[in-house]
Design a protein around this ligand. Structure first.
Ligand SMILES: NC(=O)c1ccc[n+]([C@@H]2O[C@H](COP(=O)([O-])OP(=O)(O)OC[C@H]3O[C@@H](n4cnc5c(N)ncnc54)[C@H](OP(=O)(O)O)[C@@H]3O)[C@@H](O)[C@H]2O)c1
Length: 246
Protein backbone atom coordinates (compact mmCIF):
# COMPACT_ATOMS: atom_id res chain seq x y z
CA UNK A 1 0.00 0.00 0.00
CA UNK A 2 1.17 3.54 -0.78
CA UNK A 3 1.68 6.06 1.98
CA UNK A 4 -1.07 8.70 2.25
CA UNK A 5 1.13 11.08 4.21
CA UNK A 6 0.77 14.64 2.82
CA UNK A 7 -1.65 13.58 0.08
CA UNK A 8 -4.21 16.35 -0.48
CA UNK A 9 -7.83 15.23 -0.80
CA UNK A 10 -10.74 17.56 -1.64
CA UNK A 11 -14.08 16.35 -0.25
CA UNK A 12 -17.57 17.62 -1.09
CA UNK A 13 -20.33 16.87 1.39
CA UNK A 14 -17.78 16.86 4.20
CA UNK A 15 -20.07 18.32 6.88
CA UNK A 16 -21.56 14.97 7.93
CA UNK A 17 -21.78 11.25 7.24
CA UNK A 18 -19.43 9.60 4.78
CA UNK A 19 -17.52 12.76 3.88
CA UNK A 20 -16.75 13.74 7.49
CA UNK A 21 -15.77 10.19 8.47
CA UNK A 22 -13.47 9.85 5.45
CA UNK A 23 -11.79 13.15 6.35
CA UNK A 24 -11.09 11.78 9.84
CA UNK A 25 -9.59 8.55 8.48
CA UNK A 26 -7.48 10.40 5.91
CA UNK A 27 -6.03 12.81 8.45
CA UNK A 28 -5.24 9.87 10.74
CA UNK A 29 -3.07 8.59 7.85
CA UNK A 30 -1.26 11.93 7.52
CA UNK A 31 -3.28 13.33 4.59
CA UNK A 32 -4.49 16.93 4.24
CA UNK A 33 -8.17 17.50 3.52
CA UNK A 34 -10.07 20.39 1.92
CA UNK A 35 -13.62 20.20 3.22
CA UNK A 36 -16.64 21.62 1.38
CA UNK A 37 -20.36 21.78 2.19
CA UNK A 38 -23.04 24.39 2.89
CA UNK A 39 -23.08 24.04 6.71
CA UNK A 40 -19.98 26.02 7.59
CA UNK A 41 -20.54 25.58 11.35
CA UNK A 42 -20.15 21.82 10.95
CA UNK A 43 -17.06 22.22 8.77
CA UNK A 44 -15.44 24.58 11.27
CA UNK A 45 -16.03 22.06 14.08
CA UNK A 46 -14.40 19.36 11.97
CA UNK A 47 -11.39 21.55 11.18
CA UNK A 48 -11.01 22.25 14.91
CA UNK A 49 -11.12 18.50 15.58
CA UNK A 50 -8.63 17.60 12.82
CA UNK A 51 -6.34 20.61 13.26
CA UNK A 52 -6.02 23.59 10.90
CA UNK A 53 -2.61 22.27 9.82
CA UNK A 54 -4.45 19.25 8.36
CA UNK A 55 -7.82 20.55 7.19
CA UNK A 56 -9.42 23.58 5.57
CA UNK A 57 -13.10 24.47 5.20
CA UNK A 58 -14.98 26.23 2.42
CA UNK A 59 -18.70 27.03 2.12
CA UNK A 60 -19.91 25.56 -1.15
CA UNK A 61 -23.28 24.72 -2.63
CA UNK A 62 -22.40 22.16 -5.31
CA UNK A 63 -25.42 23.19 -7.40
CA UNK A 64 -23.64 26.50 -8.07
CA UNK A 65 -20.81 26.09 -10.53
CA UNK A 66 -18.97 29.27 -9.58
CA UNK A 67 -18.90 28.17 -5.92
CA UNK A 68 -17.50 24.74 -6.86
CA UNK A 69 -14.78 26.41 -8.94
CA UNK A 70 -13.95 28.73 -6.02
CA UNK A 71 -13.82 25.80 -3.57
CA UNK A 72 -11.41 23.76 -5.69
CA UNK A 73 -9.25 26.82 -6.45
CA UNK A 74 -9.08 27.59 -2.73
CA UNK A 75 -8.01 24.01 -1.97
CA UNK A 76 -5.25 24.17 -4.59
CA UNK A 77 -3.94 27.52 -3.37
CA UNK A 78 -4.02 26.44 0.31
CA UNK A 79 -2.41 23.02 -0.11
CA UNK A 80 -0.37 23.48 -3.31
CA UNK A 81 -1.70 20.43 -5.20
CA UNK A 82 -4.72 18.13 -5.35
CA UNK A 83 -4.00 14.40 -5.23
CA UNK A 84 -7.64 13.35 -5.15
CA UNK A 85 -11.20 14.63 -5.06
CA UNK A 86 -14.03 12.73 -3.40
CA UNK A 87 -17.24 13.81 -5.18
CA UNK A 88 -19.51 12.85 -2.31
CA UNK A 89 -22.21 15.51 -1.72
CA UNK A 90 -25.62 13.98 -2.27
CA UNK A 91 -29.28 13.85 -1.32
CA UNK A 92 -31.77 10.96 -1.44
CA UNK A 93 -35.32 12.31 -1.69
CA UNK A 94 -37.01 8.97 -2.39
CA UNK A 95 -40.66 9.10 -3.46
CA UNK A 96 -42.91 7.42 -6.03
CA UNK A 97 -43.13 9.35 -9.30
CA UNK A 98 -46.91 9.68 -8.88
CA UNK A 99 -46.30 12.00 -5.92
CA UNK A 100 -44.86 14.48 -8.46
CA UNK A 101 -42.40 16.07 -6.05
CA UNK A 102 -40.86 18.24 -8.74
CA UNK A 103 -38.68 20.32 -6.41
CA UNK A 104 -37.08 17.12 -5.13
CA UNK A 105 -36.50 15.84 -8.68
CA UNK A 106 -34.71 19.08 -9.46
CA UNK A 107 -32.69 19.08 -6.24
CA UNK A 108 -31.63 15.45 -6.63
CA UNK A 109 -30.44 15.97 -10.20
CA UNK A 110 -28.79 19.31 -9.36
CA UNK A 111 -26.82 18.00 -6.37
CA UNK A 112 -26.09 14.38 -7.34
CA UNK A 113 -25.40 14.86 -11.05
CA UNK A 114 -24.72 18.49 -11.86
CA UNK A 115 -22.73 18.93 -8.65
CA UNK A 116 -20.50 16.04 -9.71
CA UNK A 117 -20.03 17.50 -13.20
CA UNK A 118 -19.12 20.89 -11.74
CA UNK A 119 -16.59 19.16 -9.49
CA UNK A 120 -14.97 17.42 -12.44
CA UNK A 121 -14.96 20.67 -14.41
CA UNK A 122 -13.17 22.44 -11.58
CA UNK A 123 -10.57 19.82 -10.68
CA UNK A 124 -9.72 18.23 -14.02
CA UNK A 125 -7.63 21.14 -15.41
CA UNK A 126 -5.56 21.05 -12.21
CA UNK A 127 -5.03 17.29 -12.46
CA UNK A 128 -4.19 17.56 -16.19
CA UNK A 129 -1.57 20.18 -15.45
CA UNK A 130 -0.12 18.21 -12.54
CA UNK A 131 -0.10 14.99 -14.58
CA UNK A 132 -1.66 13.00 -11.75
CA UNK A 133 -4.82 12.76 -9.70
CA UNK A 134 -7.68 10.51 -8.62
CA UNK A 135 -11.40 11.23 -8.77
CA UNK A 136 -13.58 9.20 -6.46
CA UNK A 137 -17.32 9.19 -7.02
CA UNK A 138 -20.06 8.13 -4.65
CA UNK A 139 -22.71 6.12 -6.42
CA UNK A 140 -24.74 3.57 -4.43
CA UNK A 141 -26.31 0.14 -4.53
CA UNK A 142 -29.05 2.33 -6.04
CA UNK A 143 -26.66 2.87 -8.95
CA UNK A 144 -26.87 -0.87 -9.64
CA UNK A 145 -30.39 -1.84 -8.56
CA UNK A 146 -33.69 0.01 -9.13
CA UNK A 147 -36.48 0.16 -6.57
CA UNK A 148 -39.93 1.74 -6.37
CA UNK A 149 -39.60 5.30 -5.00
CA UNK A 150 -36.03 5.33 -6.26
CA UNK A 151 -36.61 6.50 -9.82
CA UNK A 152 -34.82 9.83 -9.66
CA UNK A 153 -32.24 8.89 -7.02
CA UNK A 154 -31.35 5.70 -8.92
CA UNK A 155 -31.16 7.67 -12.18
CA UNK A 156 -28.62 10.02 -10.59
CA UNK A 157 -26.56 7.19 -9.12
CA UNK A 158 -26.59 5.20 -12.40
CA UNK A 159 -25.60 8.50 -14.02
CA UNK A 160 -22.68 9.01 -11.66
CA UNK A 161 -21.32 5.63 -12.74
CA UNK A 162 -21.69 6.57 -16.41
CA UNK A 163 -19.90 9.88 -15.90
CA UNK A 164 -17.10 8.25 -13.92
CA UNK A 165 -16.53 5.53 -16.52
CA UNK A 166 -16.45 8.06 -19.36
CA UNK A 167 -13.96 10.15 -17.39
CA UNK A 168 -11.79 7.08 -16.80
CA UNK A 169 -11.56 6.45 -20.52
CA UNK A 170 -11.05 10.10 -21.49
CA UNK A 171 -8.01 11.01 -19.37
CA UNK A 172 -5.43 8.40 -20.35
CA UNK A 173 -3.17 10.89 -22.12
CA UNK A 174 -2.71 13.16 -19.10
CA UNK A 175 -0.63 10.83 -16.93
CA UNK A 176 -1.79 8.58 -14.13
CA UNK A 177 -5.32 9.94 -13.61
CA UNK A 178 -7.43 7.38 -11.78
CA UNK A 179 -11.18 7.00 -11.40
CA UNK A 180 -12.96 5.17 -8.61
CA UNK A 181 -16.67 4.57 -8.07
CA UNK A 182 -17.80 3.70 -4.54
CA UNK A 183 -21.24 2.15 -4.23
CA UNK A 184 -22.33 1.66 -0.62
CA UNK A 185 -25.45 -0.04 0.66
CA UNK A 186 -27.11 1.29 3.83
CA UNK A 187 -24.59 3.22 5.93
CA UNK A 188 -25.49 5.08 9.09
CA UNK A 189 -25.46 8.81 8.21
CA UNK A 190 -27.91 11.72 8.03
CA UNK A 191 -28.96 10.67 4.51
CA UNK A 192 -32.35 9.12 5.45
CA UNK A 193 -33.25 12.62 6.70
CA UNK A 194 -33.45 13.73 3.05
CA UNK A 195 -36.39 11.37 2.52
CA UNK A 196 -39.42 13.59 3.24
CA UNK A 197 -42.28 11.86 1.42
CA UNK A 198 -44.95 10.55 3.77
CA UNK A 199 -44.85 6.78 4.14
CA UNK A 200 -41.49 6.47 2.41
CA UNK A 201 -39.68 8.39 5.16
CA UNK A 202 -40.89 6.00 7.84
CA UNK A 203 -40.02 2.90 5.78
CA UNK A 204 -36.49 4.13 5.02
CA UNK A 205 -35.87 5.18 8.63
CA UNK A 206 -36.85 1.69 9.80
CA UNK A 207 -34.70 0.03 7.13
CA UNK A 208 -31.63 2.08 8.13
CA UNK A 209 -32.25 1.48 11.82
CA UNK A 210 -32.31 -2.27 11.21
CA UNK A 211 -29.53 -2.63 8.64
CA UNK A 212 -27.12 0.32 8.38
CA UNK A 213 -23.44 -0.20 9.11
CA UNK A 214 -21.03 2.46 10.44
CA UNK A 215 -19.55 5.11 8.11
CA UNK A 216 -16.08 3.74 8.93
CA UNK A 217 -16.85 0.99 6.35
CA UNK A 218 -16.90 3.62 3.61
CA UNK A 219 -13.79 5.39 4.86
CA UNK A 220 -11.81 2.15 4.72
CA UNK A 221 -12.92 1.58 1.11
CA UNK A 222 -11.73 5.08 0.15
CA UNK A 223 -8.39 4.52 1.86
CA UNK A 224 -7.97 1.20 0.02
CA UNK A 225 -8.60 2.83 -3.37
CA UNK A 226 -6.30 5.77 -2.60
CA UNK A 227 -3.45 3.64 -1.27
CA UNK A 228 -2.79 1.68 -4.45
CA UNK A 229 0.37 2.32 -6.48
CA UNK A 230 -0.08 4.75 -9.42
CA UNK A 231 -0.33 1.93 -11.99
CA UNK A 232 -3.31 0.34 -10.20
CA UNK A 233 -6.74 1.91 -10.74
CA UNK A 234 -9.46 0.59 -8.43
CA UNK A 235 -12.48 1.41 -10.62
CA UNK A 236 -15.41 0.19 -8.60
CA UNK A 237 -16.20 -0.91 -5.07
CA UNK A 238 -19.71 -2.14 -4.25
CA UNK A 239 -20.43 -3.09 -0.66
CA UNK A 240 -23.45 -3.66 1.55
CA UNK A 241 -24.25 -4.46 5.15
CA UNK A 242 -24.03 -8.24 5.40
CA UNK A 243 -27.69 -8.20 6.49
CA UNK A 244 -28.89 -6.22 3.44
CA UNK A 245 -30.73 -8.33 0.86
CA UNK A 246 -31.60 -6.03 -2.09
N1 LIG B 1 -25.53 6.60 3.74
C1 LIG B 1 -25.87 5.72 2.83
O1 LIG B 1 -26.52 4.71 3.12
C2 LIG B 1 -25.43 5.90 1.40
C3 LIG B 1 -25.54 4.81 0.54
C4 LIG B 1 -25.18 4.98 -0.78
C5 LIG B 1 -24.71 6.20 -1.23
N2 LIG B 1 -24.63 7.24 -0.38
C6 LIG B 1 -24.16 8.53 -0.89
O2 LIG B 1 -23.16 9.01 -0.04
C7 LIG B 1 -23.03 10.41 -0.21
C8 LIG B 1 -22.88 11.08 1.15
O3 LIG B 1 -24.09 10.94 1.86
P1 LIG B 1 -24.15 10.57 3.41
O4 LIG B 1 -24.71 9.21 3.51
O5 LIG B 1 -22.88 10.87 4.07
O6 LIG B 1 -25.32 11.57 3.89
P2 LIG B 1 -25.30 12.91 4.75
O7 LIG B 1 -24.77 12.65 6.11
O8 LIG B 1 -26.67 13.47 4.61
O9 LIG B 1 -24.26 13.83 3.98
C9 LIG B 1 -24.59 14.48 2.78
C10 LIG B 1 -23.57 15.56 2.53
O10 LIG B 1 -23.89 16.20 1.29
C11 LIG B 1 -23.86 17.60 1.49
N3 LIG B 1 -24.74 18.31 0.59
C12 LIG B 1 -26.06 18.11 0.34
N4 LIG B 1 -26.52 19.02 -0.53
C13 LIG B 1 -25.46 19.82 -0.86
C14 LIG B 1 -25.29 20.94 -1.69
N5 LIG B 1 -26.30 21.46 -2.40
N6 LIG B 1 -24.06 21.51 -1.76
C15 LIG B 1 -23.03 21.02 -1.05
N7 LIG B 1 -23.13 19.94 -0.24
C16 LIG B 1 -24.33 19.37 -0.15
C17 LIG B 1 -24.27 17.81 2.95
O11 LIG B 1 -23.72 19.02 3.42
P3 LIG B 1 -24.53 20.38 3.71
O12 LIG B 1 -25.95 20.01 4.01
O13 LIG B 1 -23.80 20.98 4.88
O14 LIG B 1 -24.37 21.18 2.45
C18 LIG B 1 -23.58 16.63 3.62
O15 LIG B 1 -22.27 16.96 3.97
C19 LIG B 1 -24.26 10.85 -1.03
O16 LIG B 1 -23.87 11.05 -2.36
C20 LIG B 1 -25.17 9.65 -0.92
O17 LIG B 1 -26.06 9.55 -2.02
C21 LIG B 1 -24.97 7.12 0.93
Amino acid sequence: MEDLNNKVVVITGASSGLGAETARQLVAQGAKVALGARRMDRLKELVAELGPENASAFAVDVTRQTEVEAFVADAKSKWGKIDAMLHNAGVMPLAPLAMKRVDEWDQCIDVNLKGVLYGIGAVLPIMQEQGFGQNLFVSSVAGHVINPAGAVYCATKFGVRAIAEALRQEVKQYGPLRTTILSPGAVDTELPGSVKAEGVHEAIAGFYEDQAIPASSFGRAVLFALSQPADVDINEILFRPTKQDM
